[in-house]
Structure formats: C-alpha cells, structure tokens
Design a protein around this ligand. Structure first.
Ligand code: NAD
Ligand code: TYD
Length: 339
C-alpha cells in the first residue's frame, strides 16, 4: 500500500506520518510538501532514514510535478493535508489561500482520477460550518449543517470540499472528507493560539488575547485526529463527510490562564488586543456519526493532552526557537506590534 501524504512537513501531517509508519509498518508513505513558512523538514528527521518513507519537495499546484510523482509512485491512497492554514494570514493576504487550498486541491483530485487511486481523503475543518452563538450551548455542527464560512481561510477550505464532492458525483472518484475541530500537540506552529502562548510564556512576553477572549474552540489532541483519519481511510464510506471532535469546548481566555498556571507564570502577562476581523464565536462538533459508524472516540483528555504538549515544547525548545528567531519574527512584529 502506497499513501501520498501532502503537507506532511506541517503540524498535523507530520503527526499523521509518524502515526501511519508505526501503525502500518508495511505501508510506503510518500510525503509531498512545498515547505512553505509552515513546513519544516527538521520535523521529519526521525523518519527520513525509514526505508518506507520518502520526502518530495513539491507544490500541490504544480500539475506536471504532481502527475510525474503519481506516475512514479502509483499511490493507492492520497491524504491531502497541504494548505495555508492560518486565519489571520488569510485576512492579510487571501490570494495564496485560494491558490493552494482550492487550485491545489483541484490538481490533487485530477491526479487521483488520472492515476486511479483507490481513496482520496480531504482533510477539512469545522470552520466550513461558520460559527455558533455563545448563548446556544445546545447547538453543534453535524455533517448536515450548511456550509457558511466567515474567513478567506474557511471559504477556501469550503471551496475545496465542494470540489471534492463534485469529483465524487461527476467522476465517481472514491473520496472521503473529515472536518475536524482545533488540534493541539507537538510540532504545532507557534503562530497558533496554544503554541504561541506557551512560547511567549516561556519568554516572559505579553500574551495577546484577541478581544475579551470569550471565543470558544473545541480542542482535540492531534493523535486522536490522526486515528480518525486512519479509520476513515480504511473503513469510512466513500462519498461521505465525517466530523471529528471530542466535546472539549474551552474559552480562549481559560486556555491562556491554564498555560500560565502550568508554567508557573503570572496572569499579568495577559494583554487584551484588538479583536480578529469577522472572529468566529464558537465551534463545537457533534461526532456522533464517526462514533456510531467507525467506533472512533478521542483517547486523550485535554487535561493530559495539554500537559503532554507543554512538556513537548519545554523539551524541544530548539524546534520552536529556531522558527521564532527567523522569518517568523517579521510576521509577529507586523501582526502584533500595533494591535
Ligand atoms: P500547517 O500550516 O501546520 O501545515 C501545512 C503544510 O502544508 C506545511 O508543511 C506546508 O509547507 C504545506 N503546504 C502549504 N502549501 C503547500 C503547497 N502549495 N504544496 C505543498 N505543500 C504545501 O497546517 P496544519 O495545522 O497541519 O493543518 C493541516 C490540514 O488540516 C490543513 O488542510 C488544515 O486546513 C486542516 N485542519 C487543521 C486544523 C488545526 O487545528 N490545525 C483543524 C482542522 C483541519
Ligand atoms: P487559532 O489558533 O488561530 O485557530 P482558529 O482561529 O483556526 O480557531 O486561534 C484560536 C483562537 O485563539 C481564536 O479564537 C483566535 C484566538 N487567538 C488569540 O486570542 N490570540 C492569538 O494570538 C491567536 C493566534 C489566536
């Protein structure tokens, strides 16, 4: 079994590669990644010498390059993680989001069709459903919730999902889609809430909370997401969408306070800054379908997951310090200095 994993030098893709190489020691995993600012080859160093693993630096929008790779590898399955993934960047510069997330997905779908892959899996997000009001805790996103996006990021992911479903209906391409809630864990790029707050806490820097910090996200430990994708790939029904989330809703401000507490830092580091434009209030997944059909349940509680994550950032300072000392510093100054 050969599986092409796009975006495998990023946060979730790399964790998925580690999971798959361990779970399926007879599979060949080919990672295709452009190595944008979010892709980091050092993340994959522990698997680079694994004979069942190959890394290829490639843009998913490069049709000729992608076709050549499919011709050579003859993959059985494709898992498309590659994307521009940060909402704040999509507000600054939407174009690259349309290019990679929509056009790139189109190229991957064409390649999957041309070379007859047995399964094309699209890694999507709960953000395609828009947001839920804070005063309706009884409401959750199901697979039937209408697509109703807020940001250029979520719109580009929704566009990709629609294209994936169109290739199923029109061409009979065997597709599946997963829509997961916010992930956290090792190798999470430090521009996102949890790793940013851990890194800033450790450097005694202000902790920039957007607005009041009352927005709610539904956090899932990354390995639980990887398990869900593996289950969908092998047991999921073709043409179906599966929501993935573990009923772990938390307010941003409570997460930041928890990180301060775990690291023994003062909450005085918290600084309320200008809110994000179009900021989604609440995400909350109903995971009934994946639980009933595939038996999936999250295994890591937030209490354990956040401790493991903080420990990982403490033990792997080189990984994130190298990132925040480089090009990323310009982004940070631009986004936060006058906020
Ligand atoms: P990430 O930003 O950490 O990683 C993205 C990876 O894709 C990077 O390695 C980058 O180099 C690569 N990439 C970007 N553009 C590319 C291109 N044109 N060609 C090839 N590679 C390219 O993202 P992530 O957080 O790991 O998210 C992975 C996927 O999961 C995305 O599709 C995202 O929408 C989805 N998702 C993320 C979350 C989350 O909480 N992070 C939740 C649900 C869904
Ligand atoms: P983020 O990690 O960017 O994920 P997403 O926007 O895709 O859910 O942000 C999570 C939440 O944290 C979101 O409500 C925005 C908020 N946030 C801050 O308050 N401060 C920050 O510096 C960042 C990056 C995010």
């Amino acid at each position: 079994m050969t599986v092409i994993v796009t975006g495998g030098a990023g946060f979730i893709g790399s964790n998925f590669i580690f999971y798959m190489l361990k779970k399926h020691p007879d599979y060949r995993i080919v990672c295709l990644d452009k190595l944008t600012y979010a892709g980091n080859l050092s993340t994959l160093k522990s698997v680079m010498d694994n004979p069942n693993f190959r890394f290829v630096k490639l843009d998913i929008c490069d049709r000729a390059g992608v076709y050549a790779l499919f011709e050579e590898e003859k993959p059985d399955m494709v898992v498309n993680f590659a994307a521009e993934s940060h909402v704040d960047r999509s507000i600054e510069d939407p174009g690259v989001f349309l290019q990679t997330n929509v056009i790139g997905t189109g190229v991957m779908l064409d390649a999957a069709r041309k070379y007859g892959v047995k399964r094309y899996h699209q890694v999507s997000t709960d953000e395609v459903y828009g947001d839920l009001p804070l005063d309706r805790p009884d409401l959750f996103f199901t697979e039937e919730t209408p697509i109703h996006t807020s940001s250029p990021y979520s719109s580009s992911k929704a566009g990709a999902d629609l294209l994936v479903m169109a290739y199923y209906r029109t061409f009979g391409l065997p597709v599946t889609i997963s829509r997961c809630s916010n992930n956290y864990g090792p190798y999470h790029f430090p521009e996102k809430l949890i790793p940013l707050m851990i890194a800033n806490c450790l450097n005694d820097k202000p902790l920039p909370v957007y607005g009041e910090g009352l927005n709610v996200r539904d956090w899932l430990y990354v390995e639980d997401h990887c398990k869900a994708i593996d289950l969908i790939l092998h047991k999921g029904r073709v043409g179906e969408v599966y929501n993935v989330g573990g009923h772990n809703e938390m307010k941003n401000i409570d997460i930041v306070k928890l990180i301060c507490h775990e690291l023994g830092k003062s909450e005085d580091l918290i600084t309320h800054v200008t809110d994000r434009k179009g900021h989604d209030m609440r995400y909350a997944i109903d995971p009934t379908k994946i639980h009933n059909e595939l038996g999936w349940l999250p295994e890591t509680t937030f209490k354990d997951g956040i401790k493991k994550t903080i420990k990982w950032y403490l033990e792997n300072r080189d990984w994130w310090e190298e990132i925040i000392s480089g090009e990323y510093q310009n982004y940070y100054d631009k986004m936060y200095s006058n906020r």
